[in-house]
Write a protein that binds this ligand. Structure first.
Ligand SMILES: [Zn+2]
Length: 134
């Protein structure tokens, strides 16, 4: 079980990094049309989810790391499971996996990025005054 006060909980459950109760995204599940919709601020503690304009540009670096991890995973899996791995089959599998996991990578990148800057505060949901970003 995940400890509710850990950053991993906030990241994996897509919860507010400050109170770990409010949702980051308006839609749950695997929707290709609505996966990117976020609340402007936490529905529980009012923490802003876009502390400054262009805040999530930095999430591209996280996305790059996640995509690299996915690429290496596919390459290792194909070389272990298949007798022969061609460049065409690898690139085809990679494109397919990136299309399939795009919403997951997008959401996870933003959740990780905001967790770098906003930290957990135990009773944030009960005291609704927003706190300045640290
Ligand atoms: Zn919150």
């Amino acid at each position: 079980m995940l400890n509710k006060s850990s950053k991993l909980y906030s990241i994996l459950k897509y919860k507010c990094p400050r109170c770990h109760e409010g949702d980051l995204y308006t839609h749950k599940g695997w929707s290709y049309t609505k996966f990117s919709r976020m609340y402007k601020s936490c529905p529980r503690c009012q923490q802003s989810f876009e502390p400054e304009p262009g805040f999530y540009y930095g999430a591209m670096y996280v996305s790059y790391a996640l995509t690299t991890a996915l690429t290496i995973t596919i390459l290792v899996a194909m070389s272990v499971l298949l007798d022969e791995t061609t460049m065409t089959s690898f690139l085809g599998s990679l494109v397919l996996a990136l299309l399939l996991f795009y919403p997951f990578i997008f959401r996870m990148s933003r959740a990780i990025w905001i967790n770098f800057f906003v930290h957990y505060k135990k009773d944030a949901a009960s005291s609704s005054a927003p706190e300045a970003r640290t």
